[in-house]
Design a protein around this ligand. Sequence first.
Ligand code: NAD
Length: 454
Amino acid sequence: MTILSYNPADPEDLVAEVDAPGAEAVRAAVGRARAAQPGWLAAGAAARSAALTRFAGAVEERAEELTALIVREVGKPVAEARGEVGRTAAILRYYAQAPYAPAGAVHETAAGEGLLLTRRRPYGVAGLITPWNFPLAIPAWKAAPALAVGNTVALKPAPEATACALRLAELASAAGLPEGVFTVLPGGAEEGAALVDTADVVSFTGSTGVGRAVVRAATERGVPVQAELGGLNAALVLPDADPEQAAAHLAAAIAGYAGQKCTATSRVIAVGAAHEPLRAALVKALGLVDDAACGPVISAAARDRLTGAVESARAAGATVLTGGGVPERPGWYVEPTLLADVPAEHPLRREEFFGPVAVLLAAADLDEAIALANDTPHSLATSVHSRSLDVALAAADRLDAGMIRINAPSSGVDFHLPFGGAKGASHGEREQGAAALDFYTASRTVSVLPAGGA
Ligand code: NAD
């Protein structure tokens, strides 16, 4: 099979054309990664730290080139692409310190004699399967902690982000990571499934359906697996919130990068008297999001699925408050769109659509707003907008989401803290921060007693 990756803003522009290696080649590459792992671990903390630091430097040195490649390959707005490159380098630098972190703890024994140690040990080859929407940052936030603690990495990127992933592999190699330590395996479902079938630990980010299949397959093999999946994220706006400020945050969360973030807002819930002023302010704010800030969606199929959903909602009685069409220009663009009166069972209120489209819902009070927000298994991120920190924090306690952002867009992540969703949005241990170091290592308990004798 040939992997073809096109520029979403200019579908005539073929960014990458690569032969997918097939399942056998994936198995062979994992074998080489497994052979390289003991040497990578034995090289020691200083060598792994230095390699990750050089990798960060290589990314920083090519920041403008990488920014342009992200823009070209996945259609990310340039400011966000530049931010992603900076974040990728920062993630690598952050985990470059991790080899020096404590590798366990020392405890008293229950009986009093001797001592007990816990020690962390890497699994071997980390099989990483990533989506296209953060083509450098997600590979980095999976690979860096896995490498820091002594695993080697085999990464299967999304086909739509093939060129970015291959460039990352070149930079890893230029930074002196030894052969077999960081391997990129372009491909699709076949290569992804082969990686799940052979890796020693699996980390997946992507859509819910694929992720569940990956979790089943890895669990069947008995290897540790984590999966970060799609979201159907809500934003709660309370009557005391400043409507203009809330609308600015919501417009960014709905339409920034065309809503193609797992943490994008797709359901806006206005509480009581917030409804009227928010509706007006949000229609205005979405109207100000231009094509440069929104960007195209990833494919013609994604665009058609979005416009089809808007049409079916309209046919079911919904009102299009703004947007609803596609701009007159080349590329796979969809207008930032806000709908009201969308029936409760319509797919736009039940499934992730991954585009710049949101529904506006009215709740009589906070209780109803929280019930609406929690009425989904895809509980990844929720934002709460209120001037009262007491009320916002109390609401946060009752929300199912894994990430709660107060007076900020639902989209936005700090890489040094644990990241993940609630209910069906996430499986397994958290990513990022120190949590990732635990995921990529097994803990062992060692008991030490005196040897006795003279
Ligand atoms: P996707 O599920 O289509 O693909 C993800 C990866 O899985 C790709 O590399 C793909 O090639 C691979 N894959 C496909 N079939 C496979 C199989 N049978 N076995 C193994 N691997 C397989 O997702 P996508 O379209 O690339 O990305 C968008 C999705 O990712 C959205 O649902 C979004 O919400 C989600 N996402 C989640 C997070 C998060 O952290 N929660 C972050 C970013 C994106």
